[in-house]
Design a protein around this ligand. Structure first.
Ligand code: FE2
Ligand code: FE2
Ligand code: FE2
Length: 192
């Protein structure tokens, strides 16, 4: 009995950490979007807004599971530095990679051990969506480094975000269903 209680406590702590991380990523990406617009990199601004929307969806999903486990979602929004758009893109990529390579794999391992299906699902959705963000940020970094002139990174660009898991795509109709959560592609949100 004691072991189960302890496992549940760490699942909730991990959900709170993920909720805080997603909430901070959202705040950061919105500020980075404003900076990218000011820098004339409107496509990068669109990407930050689309990824930010996905982080907001992740935060909401995590908060729901925290509530289901009888706890109250809590978070602190930290201060952060706004640099050049190239540096901001690199910072965003580093954050995504941390979540993909370390944070979510650890949280998924713990939720698996604790047999918490709801936590497992919300962590899995977020981790898979972060992979789409990492790919898009890497692409954006390469474009900015190679000279943005005439590329999508310069002009407002539509991205498509799954309202259930936050999967993010630059293609209007990539599949019929979301490859991560199976939601209908027609339900995707268009963000630019
Ligand atoms: Fe996220
Ligand atoms: Fe992300
Ligand atoms: Fe999805």
């Amino acid at each position: 009995m004691q072991v189960a209680a302890q496992e549940s406590t760490s699942t909730i702590a991990n959900l709170q950490a993920a909720f805080e991380g997603e909430s901070n990523a959202y705040a950061k990406y919105m500020a980075y979007a404003a900076k990218a617009d000011a820098d004339g990199l409107h496509g990068a601004a669109s990407l930050f807004r689309a990824a930010g929307r996905a982080e907001q969806i992740h935060a909401g999903n995590h908060a729901r599971v925290i509530g289901q486990l009888g706890a109250k979602p809590t978070r602190t929004i930290h201060t952060f530095k706004i640099a050049s758009t190239l540096e901001n893109l690199k910072d965003a990529l580093a954050g995504e990679n941390y979540e993909i390579e370390k944070m979510y794999p650890e949280f998924i391992a713990e939720a698996t051990a604790a047999k918490n299906q709801a936590a497992l699902r919300t962590f899995h959705f977020a981790m898979e969506a972060e992979k789409t963000h990492a790919r898009l940020y890497s692409e954006a970094i390469a474009l900015v480094q190679g000279g943005a002139k005439g590329k999508w990174i310069e002009t407002a660009h539509e991205f498509y975000v799954c309202p259930v898991c936050g999967y993010t795509s630059e293609t209007p109709e990539e599949h019929e269903h979301c490859p991560v959560c199976n939601a209908l592609w027609t339900k995707f949100e268009t963000i630019d």
